[in-house]
Design a protein around this ligand. Structure first.
Ligand code: FAD
Length: 403
């Protein structure tokens, strides 16, 4: 029977507020104790039937329909630890394995991945080239007698130290055009030649981003994901819905910052009146409400299009940029309202702010999305083309929804 997403959302929200918020500081310590706490949370989430809600049922997930799960992601975003705590962190990689991996790797990794017993990682970005333009990637994989030999260096491979494997984007087709030259290959992290060089802390946070060297790494031919030369296509399949989930989680973070800001305004008084009476701060509330609501509606609109099978490249580009800026702005205002306290670790805002800054760079920096959206729109005006009519875009979605 289909679960009512509004009830599931409420249950997930209470779980995060009651079980995760109180232990966030402990979880941030990354100690043995924090690992035990996380194990306890994951077990509770499984017992409460709110584990891996968006993963397909046939691989052990909750099987929630995409649009229902989009709303769940919003509340999961409230805590940086909920994505692991509720087993949703492996969704994109599980789907990629389910769709493109050989039977051997599906058997070996899929179920443990969904159960949260192992973690994935993804290696695309390289230190030596501007990886916003991945056609420049230099890591190579050469197939010889049924074995891929991989050489290169990646960095910002998130979660590499705890991951069971990394999906590595490699140049495999030396004669093919840029976008047909790359493939995705699974490399178990205990493979000889796979070496973690260092962690790169980000804005003072040890967030688990690693530089990794691939020195004559040899893996069997069957470790290829999908067909040769389809790396870009597979990456796009991974990133499209993934960006919707990111943007919804950012909305959850923004909601938390917004709640903290509004509550704080009721708690403090200056020059004889409550902060709620200061017009300059009322403008913070107004601007944040506008940005959250507009980003939310844009994200839901993009999600509906994805759900209808549209790749929604323009809409996804819009929400990636607008969403990351919205998140940054809302948290920034919440910090301002808290004064010096907002910069300490006495509230979650300081950590949220630093993570929010990352959002404008990972999964493609703002500028790349802006350029890509503008180019796509302008193409529609080429040679007196039909242009980009926002109303017609809505009408086409409506027609799809009406079947
Ligand atoms: C927290 C975090 C986690 C990450 N996790 C992963 C991961 O798990 N796996 C992985 O492979 N990568 C990961 N990344 C890396 C991320 O995807 C890259 O940083 C991103 O794609 C940008 O590549 P780059 O850093 O090489 O920047 P560069 O390509 O060097 O770009 C630098 C700057 O140039 C500007 N620029 C680039 N192109 C244009 C343009 N067309 N027009 C105008 N300006 C432009 C932008 O301002 C950009 O920020 C992560 C990054 C962060 C911050």
């Amino acid at each position: 029977m289909k679960r009512d997403w509004t009830k599931v959302r409420a249950k997930v929200k209470s779980f995060i507020e009651e079980e995760i918020y109180p232990v966030e500081k402990k979880l941030a310590e990354n100690s043995d104790e924090s690992k035990d706490i996380m194990s306890r949370i994951t077990q509770m989430a499984k017992d409460e039937n709110i584990w891996a809600l968006g993963h397909p049922k046939d691989i052990g997930g909750g099987g929630m329909p995409f649009m229902d799960y989009v709303y769940i992601n919003e509340v999961i975003g409230r805590s940086a630890y909920a994505n692991v705590g509720l087993g949703t962190v492996s969704l994109q990689d599980s789907i990629m394995l389910r769709e493109f991996a050989s039977e051997h790797w599906r058997e070996k990794y899929l179920q443990p991945l969904v159960r949260g017993e192992i973690f994935p990682s993804f290696g695309m970005t390289e230190p030596e080239v501007a990886s916003s333009d991945p056609t420049q990637l230099q890591t190579t994989a050469v197939l010889d007698k049924g074995v891929w030999k991989i050489n290169g260096r990646k960095w910002f491979t998130t979660g590499a130290s705890r991951a069971a494997y990394t999906t590595v984007m490699c140049k495999t087709e030396l004669d093919a055009s840029n976008h047909g030259a790359f493939s995705m290959i699974i490399v178990p992290t205990n493979n000889p030649g796979y070496e973690i060089i260092r962690e790169t802390p980000v804005l003072g946070i040890n967030g688990g981003h690693y530089e990794v060297e691939y020195n004559n790494v040899e893996v069997p031919e069957e470790n290829l994901l999908g067909p040769r030369g389809q790396g870009f296509l597979i990456a796009q399949k991974r990133l499209g819905p993934g960006r919707i989930f990111h943007c919804m989680r950012w909305l959850g973070q923004a909601q938390r910052a917004f709640d903290l800001m509004c509550s704080r305004m009721h708690e403090r008084e200056t020059f004889g009146t409550s902060l709620t009476q200061k017009q300059l701060l009322q403008k913070f509330v107004f601007d944040s409400a506008c940005e959250i609501q507009s980003s939310r509606q844009l994200t839901l609109d993009a999600a509906k299009r994805i759900d209808q099978g549209d790749d929604a490249r323009i809409e996804i580009g819009l929400i990636k940029v607008i969403g990351a800026q919205m998140l940054h702005n809302v948290i920034d205002r919440a910090i301002q309202v808290h004064g010096a306290k907002g910069l300490t670790d006495d509230t979650p805002l300081s950590l949220m702010y630093r993570h929010a800054r990352e959002a404008r760079i990972y999964d493609g920096p703002d500028e790349v999305h802006i350029q890509s959206v503008a180019k796509r729109i302008l193409k529609n005006y080429e040679n007196n083309g039909s242009g980009w009519d926002f109303g017609e875009r809505d009408a086409s979605l409506q027609n799809q929804l009406n079947g």
